[in-house]
Design a binder for this molecule. Structure first.
Ligand SMILES: N[C@@H](CCC(=O)N[C@@H](CS)C(=O)NCC(=O)O)C(=O)O
Length: 199
C-alpha cells in the first residue's frame, strides 16, 4: 500500500470527498491540516499553488476530483459499468458546477452574502428538483449500490445546509439519501471522529 499524505486546510471543503473515500475503502493516510498562516509559504512550493493535494509515496497529485477518481478506480464506488461511471462522474460534476459558483474567498462580506443568498434561493431549487427527479425512488443516485456521487451529495449538501438550514425541507428523498450515506458504518465512524469545522 502506498504512503498517502493528504494536505489541506483544517476544513471539510474540497478534501472531504478524499477523506470519505479513504474511510470507506479503509485506507490509512495522514490527514495533514495546515494553518492559514503557513499557507503562502507552502503555496509557493506546489506545482499549481492549490490544495488539496495528495502525496503518494512523495509524488504530488492535485485536483480533488481527479484524486477521488484515482482512489475509486477499480472499485464499485466509481460505478459498476462504463455508463454508470459516466453517470456518477456527471452527478459529481453537476454538484461541483454549483459549488464552484459560490464566491468562497470573497473579502467583501456584503457582496458575499448577497451572492450566497441568490444562489441558495434562486439557483438551488432547480438543481435540487432535478437531483430529486434523477434519484426518483432509487436507493442511490446510480445503479443499485452506493457510489462516490452519493458521497459527494452528502458532503456538498452538508455545507449548503450550513448557510440555508431549510434547504431540503421539501426534498425528502434527498434527505433520505444523506441519511443513508451517513449511516454507512465507515462513514458514520469518520463523521463522528473528524475535526468539527464549519465548512
Ligand atoms: N478544482 C480544485 C480547486 C482547488 C482550490 O481552489 N483550492 C482552494 C481551497 S478550496 C485553494 O487552494 N485556495 C487557496 C489559494 O488559491 O491560494 C480542486 O478541486 O482541487
Amino acid at each position: 500500500m502506498p504512503d498517502y499524505k493528504l494536505i489541506y486546510f483544517n476544513m471539510r471543503g474540497r478534501a472531504e470527498i478524499i477523506r470519505y473515500l479513504f474511510a470507506y475503502l479503509d485506507i490509512k493516510y495522514e490527514d495533514h491540516r495546515i494553518e492559514q498562516a503557513d499557507w503562502p509559504e507552502i503555496k509557493s512550493t506546489l506545482p499549481f499553488g492549490k490544495i488539496p493535494i495528495l502525496e503518494v509515496d512523495g509524488l504530488i497529485l492535485h485536483q480533488s476530483l481527479a484524486i477521488a477518481r484515482y482512489l475509486t478506480r477499480n472499485t464499485d464506488l466509481a460505478g459498476k459499468t462504463a455508463t454508470e461511471q459516466c453517470q456518477a462522474d456527471a452527478i459529481v460534476d453537476t454538484l461541483d458546477d454549483f459549488m464552484s459558483c459560490f464566491p468562497w474567498a470573497e473579502k467583501n462580506q456584503e457582496v458575499k452574502n448577497q451572492v450566497f443568498n441568490e444562489l441558495l434561493t434562486q439557483e438551488a431549487p432547480r438543481l435540487l428538483q432535478d437531483l430529486e427527479t434523477y434519484l426518483g425512488d432509487k436507493e442511490w443516485f446510480i445503479g443499485n449500490s452506493v457510489t462516490w456521487a452519493d458521497f459527494y451529495w452528502d458532503i456538498c449538501s452538508t455545507t449548503l445546509l450550513v448557510f440555508k438550514p431549510d434547504l431540503l425541507d421539501s426534498h425528502p428523498r434527498l434527505r433520505t439519501l444523506r441519511k443513508k450515506v451517513q449511516a454507512i458504518p465507515a462513514i458514520a465512524n469518520w463523521i463522528q471522529r473528524r475535526p468539527q469545522t464549519k465548512l
